[in-house]
Ligand binder design. Structure first.
Ligand SMILES: O=C[C@H](O)COP(=O)(O)O
Length: 258
């Protein structure tokens, strides 16, 4: 992949997983808004955050009048019915969600989510015009060929399940790099991203590719020509780090030849 494939606007996403309670989430969301506005980041970046289900109404309130998008970390594939404990794409749409993650490695490992259920969830989101953030990635630090094959097994059912024109984001997150001290090497990310673009490039709809897995300040400039953005976790909980990470991405994108 070359810089010609990279979208003009970069994407910056954060999943808060289950790290923060409601009050701490509100503080962090307010800080995110302040930082984005101070840096005018939303002029050149698509910024989204995925708080817990309980804090989605808070995100709706905090981001009122802002271009920051928000959504959930999971969704059920049906709109309504006897599905105890679940939340539907219809509910998320009603609360203004425009993005939602599916198929995260933790959902796959801890809650039995598989490629088939991920595809059904993608279809449910696409029906509501909510962009699926589909998490893909190899389980162990195997060869690039094996990693791409593993990702392909996760990509193909999703692509088949949604309309060709639907907006789609893949978050390439090597499972072994999630919750680790450092991300995958820039060389590996760039090579795998290039190969994944070949797989997803046939779609008619916009298909963007992010990197996630221990991403933090310092990573983006090394892989900016290969990915459309970063999917952050722990390393932007600290709002100084959040500011540093967004500042770095804004500088990189603003410096691209126009
Ligand atoms: O959803 C985010 C990713 O799983 C990355 O999390 P992490 O940066 O804390 O490893």
């Amino acid at each position: 992949m070359t810089s010609r494939n990279v979208a003009e606007r970069a994407i910056v996403g954060v999943s808060l997983k289950m790290y923060f309670g409601p009050a701490q989430t509100r503080f962090w969301l307010e800080s995110l808004r302040e930082i984005v506005e101070e840096l005018h980041a939303d002029d050149i970046l698509d910024v989204f955050v995925l708080p817990s289900f309980l804090s989605i109404p808070t995100a709706q309130e905090v981001f009122c009048g802002s271009r920051i998008e928000y959504g959930a970390q999971d969704v059920h594939w049906e709109d309504r019915g006897a599905f105890t404990g679940e939340v539907s794409a219809a509910d998320l749409e009603e609360l203004g969600c425009t993005v939602t993650a599916i198929g995260h490695a933790e959902r796959r490992r801890l809650f039995g989510e598989d490629d088939e259920t991920t595809a059904r969830k993608a279809e449910a989101l696409a029906r509501r015009d909510i962009t699926p953030i589909v998490c893909i990635g190899e389980a162990t630090q195997e060869s690039v060929d094996e990693a791409v094959a593993a990702c392909r097994r996760q990509i193909d059912p999703v692509v088949a399940a949604i309309p060709d024109t639907a907006d789609l984001v893949f978050a390439y997150e090597p499972v072994w790099a999630i919750g680790a001290p450092t991300p995958a090497s820039p060389e590996r990310i760039v090579e795998i991203a290039r190969r994944l673009r070949e797989v997803t490039g046939e779609r008619g709809g916009r298909t963007r590719l992010m990197y996630g897995g221990s991403a933090g300040p310092g990573l983006y400039p090394q892989i900016a020509d290969a990915v459309d953005g970063l999917f952050f976790g722990r390393f932007v909980h600290d709002t100084d780090n959040l500011r540093a990470a967004i500042t770095e991405i804004v500088r990189e994108v603003a410096g691209r030849p126009g």
